[in-house]
Design a protein around this ligand. Structure first.
Ligand code: C5P
Length: 404
C-alpha cells in the first residue's frame, strides 16, 4: 500500500524522549511512499542524532534557521512551501506553548509560523509526562492551537519513560501514520454513523468445540477503517478475529450469530449506514452441551441437531428506517461461482439497495479481493486490489448513493 505516494511530508522533531519513536515513524512514512524532510529543534538533537534521521529519510536534515545551504537562505519558507503536511512528532509541551504564541526563534517554530496556513496542514503528536499533559496550561494551549487550525493528535496512555503511568505518551508510529493517511482521505461520510459487521461467527458445540468458517474479517475491518477515514463515526461488530481495531473505530466483540444480532440491534438505531460484511453461520447447534462431549470408546458417534440462525441483515433491511431510506443497508455475498447470478438473487432476497459480491474461496484470509457491486439498475466491477483500496471505493459508492 502506497498510501502516501506523491506526498511530501515535513517531519518536525521537538525535544523529548519520544524522539526515539520518530525514527520508526520516518521509516514508516517512507515505506508508505512519502518523501520526508526532517527538521529538528536543538533539543531534539539531544535525543536522537540528525545522522540517524538523515539515513532514514535519505535527505539531509535541517536544524538551524541560519543554514546557508538554501540559495536564498530562507529554509523556513522553502521547506514549508514544498510540504503537503507538516507533522511534528514529538510535539513537546514547550514547543506547543511556543507555537501558540507565534514565537519563531528556531527553524522548526519559524517554519510552522511561516507555513501557508490554508494549504499546508500542521499536525502535532504531543508527547510528555502525564502531569505536564494534564496541566491547565498545556490543555489551554492545545485548545487554542486547535482553534488556530492545527490538528492535534491524541496521546497514548500507559507507562512513561519517567517511570510514571498515565496519559501523555506519544502515539505509536503506526497510529500516527494511520492518522496522517486518514487526514488525506476525502471526508465523504462526515456526519454519518456507519455500523459494520465483520469476521466469522463461532457457534458452540460444547465448552471446547464449535463451528466457524474461514472468514478473516479483513474486508469488514477495511470497510470500518475506510468509513472512519471518510469522517464517519464507526461501530464495528466483530466476530472472533485477532485483527487490530482501526483508528477511531468503536469495536464490539462477539462470538455467536445471536450475540452479533444483539449487538447490531443495540447500535443500529444510531446508524445511518449498515454494512453487513460478516460471514454469519447459517445454523447453530440446537442444544449446546454443558460439558465436553466425550469419546467413550463405544464407537457411538455424537448426533448434533441444528437450528437456523436469524438473518441479521435481512431483519435490519426490513425495519421501517431502512425501508423509508433513513438507514442505507449494504449486504455481502461470498460465493464460489456464478457471482452475478447469486448476487442478484441475494439483492432481492435480502431487500437491500446494494449488494457486494465476491468469490469466497479466493478472498478469505487474503489481503486482496475483487468486488462486484449489484443494485436494482445493474452491476459494476471493482477490479482486483488491496482490500483497503476496495473499501475506500465502496465507501465512495455508498456516499454517492446516500447523497442522491
Ligand atoms: O445468505 P448469505 O449468508 O449468503 O448472505 C450474506 C449477507 O447476509 C452478508 O451481508 C451477511 O453479513 C448477511 N447475513 C446476516 N445474517 C445471517 C446470514 C447472513 O446478516 N444469518
Amino acid at each position: 500500500m502506497n498510501d502516501l505516494a506523491n506526498k511530501h511530508i515535513v517531519l518536525g522533531l521537538s525535544g523529548g524522549i519520544a524522539c526515539y519513536k520518530a525514527a520508526e515513524l520516518c521509516r514508516a512514512l517512507v515505506k508508505a511512499g512519502a518523501s520526508v524532510q526532517v527538521v529538528m529543534s536543538e533539543a531534539a538533537a539531544q535525543f536522537i542524532t540528525p545522522v540517524t534521521m538523515q539515513a532514514l529519510s535519505n535527505r539531509s536534515v535541517y536544524t538551524s534557521q541560519w543554514d546557508a545551504r538554501e540559495p536564498n537562505n530562507m529554509a523556513h519558507i522553502n521547506l514549508s512551501r514544498e510540504a503537503d503536511a507538516i507533522l511534528v512528532a514529538p510535539a513537546s509541551a514547550d514547543f506547543m506553548a511556543k507555537l501558540l504564541h507565534g514565537r519563531a526563534d528556531d527553524l522548526l517554530s519559524l517554519m510552522c509560523l511561516a507555513r501557508p496556513i490554508a494549504q499546508v496542514p500542521l499536525m502535532l503528536a504531543p508527547a510528555m509526562n502525564r502531569e505536564m499533559w494534564q496541566h491547565p496550561a498545556t490543555q489551554r494551549n492545545m485548545a487554542q492551537l486547535k482553534a488556530d487550525g492545527a490538528f492535534v493528535l491524541d496521546v497514548g496512555q500507559g507507562e512513561q519513560a519517567c517511570g510514571e503511568t498515565g496519559d501523555g505518551r506519544m502515539l505509536e508510529p503506526e497510529e500516527i501514520l494511520a492518522d496522517l493517511i486518514s487526514h488525506f482521505q476525502p471526508k465523504l461520510l462526515a456526519g454519518q454513523h456507519v455500523l459494520v459487521t465483520a469476521g466469522p461467527t463461532f457457534e458452540k458445540i460444547d465448552p471446547v468445540r464449535g463451528i466457524t468458517n474461514l472468514s478473516s474479517g479483513k474486508m469488514g475491518f477495511a470497510i470500518a477503517r475506510a468509513a472512519a477515514e471518510a469522517g464517519a463515526q464507526v461501530t464495528l461488530v466483530a466476530g472472533p478475529v485477532s485483527l487490530p481495531t482501526p483508528r477511531g473505530v468503536q469495536r464490539v466483540n462477539v462470538q455467536s450469530a445471536l450475540q452479533m444480532q444483539a449487538a447490531v440491534l443495540q447500535h443500529v438505531d444510531a446508524a445511518s449506514v449498515f454494512v453487513a460484511t460478516a460471514a454469519v453461520a447459517d445454523w447453530r447447534v440446537a442444544e449446546v452441551a454443558e460439558h465436553k462431549i466425550k469419546k467413550d470408546g463405544s464407537g457411538d458417534l455424537p448426533v448434533l441437531q441444528f437450528t437456523e440462525n436469524p438473518d441479521i441483515l435481512a431483519g435490519v433491511a426490513q425495519s421501517e428506517r431502512a425501508q423509508s431510506g433513513g438507514l442505507f443497508c449494504v449486504g455481502f455475498a461470498a460465493e464460489s461461482h456464478d457471482l452475478l447470478h447469486h448476487a442478484k438473487a441475494k439483492l432481492a432476497r435480502k431487500g437491500v439497495p446494494l449488494l457486494v459480491g465476491n468469490i469466497g474461496p479466493a478472498t478469505f484470509g487474503q489481503d486482496d479481493n475483487a468486488l462486484l457491486l449489484v443494485d436494482a439498475h445493474g452491476s459494476q466491477e471493482l477490479p482486483h486490489a488491496h482490500k483497503l483500496v476496495l473499501a475506500r471505493q465502496l465507501v465512495a459508492e455508498i456516499a454517492r448513493r446516500i447523497r442522491r
